[in-house]
Design a protein around this ligand. Sequence first.
Ligand code: DAH
Length: 340
Amino acid sequence: MIKDDLSKIVSKAREKIFSSVDSSVLNDIRVAVLGKKGELTSILKGMKDVPEDERPKVGALVNDARKAVEDALAEKKKALEALELSRRLSREKLDITLPAKRLRKGHPHPNTLALSEIRKIFTGMGYEVVDGPDIELDYYNFEALNIPEGHPAKDEQDTFYINKEILLRTQTSGVQVRQMEKRKPPIRMIAPGRVFRADEVDATHSPVFHQVEGMVIDKGIRFSDLKGTLEGFAKKLFGEETRVKFRPHHFPFTEPSAEMDVSCFKCGGKGCRFCKGEGWIEILGCGMMHPKVLSMSGVDPDEYSGFAFGLGLERIALLKYEIDDMRLLYENDTRFLSQF
Ligand code: DAH
């Protein structure tokens, strides 16, 4: 009788086991049949009603039944695992003959390209590259550069003021002052950075653009040093055949001051559409450090002299890469940028 019960339990269990489709069901079956409250266990508990001499035989039968169920579970588990593995393998199959996806590479921005050339040229001459704050005090942007209250240069530059003393810098020239305050000459530095002016956007203007400031202070620096340095710079940047011309100009922080033109690298100076028939293209402002600017920042003008210059980075990038509209530099259209 027990024997019948056992074989019924085993065959029912096997049927369930072999028809199951995932391994969590197998565990439920294990618990239901072999667990503490399982069907086989309850038969073992009924052993006390079996006559003593039959108990070993019945015990052996129960053990056989348990083993049969365990074997079935193990067999089914293996089969399910093999099935899962083959499913996973086919899911993860790679077709190595498929063409690869093209990696989209980024391009350095024309400003970045121009700046890295400028940096290379000046660091090659022993200049350091330094930084200054975009949000600046009126003192550094104007006053310490000999641009006092009410000076026309202050209106000319249409400044974004944050309050009476704090503004978005309109020029990188303030970095000259910060450097003089921070360290002793000799100083040879360039300071690239963002500047801000309340200009409308058009082909040649933007309220945010970039300048590169330069400053050299040492004993015995003369205008010929300025000329030689900036001429060498222009030839490296635009080609050895480039000629330069200095035109007198006025900046409050330099005396004397000049603007430097380079011979048009498109027509060589004959005059073309690129240089608007002039043969020359203006690229920077420069001059000898004003003695007042030196002394205001703690540099003795009797001991030291220096020169400074400032150029518009966008202007250089537009010229160098023959781009005719500054707005293209800010739109970040990848069709434009990918050309560089
Ligand atoms: N800061 C001037 C500007 O924004 C450019 C400039 C001119 C910088 C002469 C200089 C300089 O250092 O010496 O127009």
